[in-house]
Structures are given as structure tokens and as C-alpha cells.
Design a protein. Structure first.
Length: 209
């Protein structure tokens, strides 16, 4: 019993000491708490840096090959490659189809943001509003196809048939951009205008990366 009686004051002192040290627990320089807080800040900074690095990689992996049109062509090719992967699945691969559809939606959403917020306005400014409006209206159908594919059962033959219809529409949209509208527009731009448009488009894409 004596041992227990003697241990209690020490225990209380320990608690009292902990309590007093806890008063500075949220001080940036206060003992172990300060170390932990510093580590947390360092970890957050590393996370932010890693995210920025990822965004740069995602954007400039498509945009570093040349100007804005070269970047869009690269994104077109990557989109068609995703269609290839989707069409290679069968009706038993529901999880794979969902994953690939998610990647396709992300790629198309980012691509549409670049075109709708930078390229198409530049076309309108260059008195090519008819082409800009025609291409922009097709983006509405892209959203409709994506919605349908997200709501249809992806284990049915109807789902894959809809994917193929979607791909045909995308390919025609790409053909119009790459062979008719964009090359003519790029030729009309000065070197400085072309560089500025490339910079603006990369900045827009970076937001979505």
C-alpha cells in the first residue's frame, strides 16, 4: 500500500508536467510538437510540389511536342487509343470498362476546355465564327454520349455499339479540325500569335491536369 501511496504523487507530478508542457504544444518551436508541426508542413509542401509536378507532366506530355495544333493532335491520338482499349474489352469486363470510360471522360473534358476557352474564341476573333460554332456544338454531343455510356449497363452489347457510334462521331470531329479548320487558321497566324495561343492553351490545360 505504501508503494501505491508514494507512486501517486509522482504520477500526479507527471500529469502536471505533461499539462504544463502541453501549454506550448501548438507553439511552432515547442519541443516535439514543434517538430511534428514542422514535419506536417514539410509534408504538405512536398504534396503540393508533387501535385504541381504531376500537372506539369500531364499537360506538357501532350503540349511539349510543338505548338497548340501539335498538342491537340497528340491529344486526339491519345483519345483514339483509349477507344481502342475500350473496344478490345468484352461484356464480362465491367470494371475495366468503367475505368477506361472514366479516363476517356477526363481526356475529353480537358481537351474540350482547351478548345472552348482558347481555340474557338480565337477562331471567332479571326472571323471564323461559323467553324467555331459548328465544332463547339459537336462538343454538346460528346457530353451526351458520355452521359449515355455512364447510364447504360456496360455489360451489354448495346453499350459497346454505342461506344462505336461515339468513336465515329469523334473521328469526324477530329478530321474536320485537323484537315480543314485548324491548319488554315494556323497559317494565318504570325509567329508571335501562334506562340501566344500555344501558351494560353497550355495554361488552360494545366488547370484541368
Amino acid at each position: 500500500m505504501a508503494t501505491k501511496t508514494q507512486s501517486n504523487p509522482r504520477s500526479n507530478k507527471s500529469r502536471s508536467g505533461a499539462s504544463s508542457s502541453d501549454e506550448g504544444a501548438f507553439s511552432w518551436g515547442g519541443g516535439s510538437a514543434g517538430v511534428l508541426a514542422g514535419a506536417a508542413l514539410a509534408g504538405a509542401a512536398m504534396g503540393i510540389a508533387a501535385n504541381v509536378g504531376r500537372k506539369l507532366f500531364v499537360q506538357f506530355s501532350t503540349g511539349a511536342t510543338g505548338d497548340w495544333l501539335d498538342a491537340l493532335k497528340t491529344e486526339h491520338a491519345l483519345t483514339l487509343a483509349l477507344f481502342d482499349k475500350i473496344e478490345a474489352t468484352d461484356d464480362t469486363q465491367a470494371m475495366m470498362r468503367s475505368h477506361l470510360l472514366m479516363k476517356l471522360k477526363y481526356a475529353l473534358t480537358k481537351h474540350a476546355s482547351e478548345e472552348e476557352n482558347v481555340i474557338y474564341p480565337a477562331l471567332r476573333q479571326a472571323n471564323l465564327a461559323h467553324d467555331a460554332d459548328a465544332l463547339n456544338s459537336e462538343h454538346g454531343y460528346v457530353k451526351t454520349y458520355l452521359y449515355e455510356l455512364e447510364t447504360l449497363p456496360n455489360t451489354s452489347p448495346e453499350w459497346l455499339a454505342r461506344v462505336r457510334d461515339f468513336r465515329a462521331m469523334i473521328q469526324e470531329h477530329i478530321r474536320m479540325e485537323e484537315e480543314e479548320v485548324f491548319p488554315t487558321f494556323r497559317k494565318a497566324l504570325s509567329e508571335a500569335q501562334n506562340a501566344k495561343l500555344t501558351s494560353l492553351m497550355n495554361k488552360e490545360g494545366f488547370k484541368m491536369a
